[in-house]
Design a protein around this ligand. Sequence first.
Ligand code: FAD
Length: 402
Amino acid sequence: LNKPKIVVLGAGYAGLTTTKRLIQKLSPEQAEIVLVNKHNYHYEATWLHEVAAGTITPNDARVMISDVINPNKARLIYDSVVEIKKDEKRVVLENSEITYDYLVVALGWKSNDFGIKGMAENAFAIEDIDSSRLISEHIEYQFAKFNSDEQAEDDSLNILIGGAGFTGIEFVGELAEKVPALCKKYDIDRSKVRIINVEAAPSILPMFDKDLVDYAKKSLEDRGVEIKIGAAISECTPEGFIVGEDNELIKAGTVVWTGGVKGSPVLGDSGFELTKGKVNVDSDLRMPGEENIFVIGDCSWVWNKEADRPYPPTAQLAMQEADVVAANLEALLTNQPLKDFVFDDKGTVASLGQSDGIGSIFSNYKLSGKRAAVMKKVVDNRSLYLMGGVKLVLKKGKMRPF
Ligand code: FAD
């Protein structure tokens, strides 16, 4: 009767995979498993730039949790986590609370504007289904309004994106495909629309080698994207960004910040010790000094001993951490030694729209163009497969040719 209770917070890549693996590993007599998530659906966070550009629908990017996790095998609670009271082994939710014996914190990330003045108030951010849908609806509204509103300003069709990392560039790539379609739909000349990407660093996509970066930059510029590198944003006003040493104001009707992420605010609100907004976990992925709390995904700061820096936060890392946490929870319940986490890097592929991309896979095998776009769809479908098997791939998989 007194079986231990394992509570998993968050049903993103990390939390959903952990829950799935726990159900596979543990018998119902061994532990009670509880999954808490804000919504009754999981979303593919790595597809949110497509939702934000309107190249896929919000429903394409989300999966009902009960389609992936059998509610008879894990208790599903749809509520928001407010605070973790670790000394009392208790989690405060918006509408109730829950106690635990073992806790897995997998609450993901939030946009980080690094305190740039006006950014939080005046720019959109790609954070979840709702915020991404808002961006695509806002862009479409600017187009719908343009010819019917004599007051509409010329700059209103401009789309301004801060940050040229993974999210920024993948979003810009989708926009390069979406904008011509919107121009056609609303009888607007393509030359009236600017897509402007602003980045403070000297290069876009710092995680890729120079030849792939050059390919990506040329592909985007050939499709009318303006890329401004080495241009720091000092302020975001209701009209746009103030950029560079000469304080140039770049105006736009749609302004989106994609320049950084930080761990869930629940970590700080719970009084946890943080490194750059995340929990610097031990090699077995536990919170230092806590035997029964694991922290994974974008809430965790995991040190890469070989490279002497933290692993970049990715879905790939989150899902691999989930496998180790499920194994370590089983080990704790059966008095076995815990495993250390070792990341197996399968490479990275970035899309530049639905039919173009760049990638570096299997220890630096490089690819670009349609081959990379196909590989991106393979990666996206693989993540569905790992969470929901063939059934989920058939239901939500990216099968369309381009
Ligand atoms: P999440 O996936 O964010 O899941 C967190 C879950 O917790 C969500 O379900 C959320 O609703 C829930 N939640 C949050 N707060 C609360 C709360 N207070 N109470 C209850 N529930 C809550 N990574 C790659 O590996 N490859 C890529 O190609 C790639 N592309 C990306 C493209 C974009 C546009 C973006 C935005 C990210 C991309 N990433 C990519 C990064 C990747 O998405 C993240 O690293 C990944 O989502 C982290 O997984 P997670 O499980 O920690 O968090």
